[in-house]
Design a protein. Structure first.
Length: 154
């Protein structure tokens, strides 16, 4: 998932990804933002997603905007830089997949998550795919839910 170019292979700590159409990975906002604003894990994330089809729930699109607005408040990002990052974001080939809201609410309750995090987990469940996230709480909940986690080495 480079913004805009990428190369490499996906390898998981546990081996091959099973039950996915091709090589699909569900990504959350933490991964997208880390790539867009060139955080320390960027290179590893780009390498881990280079040959994969990326999936996310539609809510991730709006969470990117929310993350940028939070960065404005902390003076970590200017509007000009956010606009450049949005241009790069538009180049990332993410397939947004609708999720079952009833199931997401059940997951939110069962794993004590906010709905937005539950949407990401349900997306991974529905597609039987691994999850890539830098959110430790989300990764822990995914592991408890039996979702395969794609680990990166920074």
């Amino acid at each position: 998932m480079d913004a805009p170019e990428s190369a490499g292979r996906v390898e998981t700590a546990g081996g091959l990804l099973y039950n996915c159409t091709g090589m699909e990975i569900v990504v959350d906002t933490s991964v997208i933002i880390a790539v867009l604003v060139r955080e320390p894990h960027r290179a590893a994330l780009v390498q881990a997603t280079a040959s994969a089809d990326l999936l996310a729930p539609p809510s991730v699109h709006w969470e990117v905007g929310n993350a940028f607005s939070a960065m404005f408040k902390r003076r970590r990002l200017t509007l000009r830089a956010a606009r450049r990052a949005l241009e790069a974001y538009r180049q990332i080939p993410i397939r947004f997949s609708d999720i079952d809201l009833d199931r997401a609410l059940e997951v939110a309750q069962n794993f004590d998550l906010y709905a937005y995090d539950a949407y990401v987990l349900v997306c991974a469940m529905q597609h039987h795919c691994a999850l890539l996230s830098l959110d430790h709480g989300l990764v822990a909940a995914a592991a408890r839910a039996g979702i395969k986690i794609l680990e990166i080495q920074p």
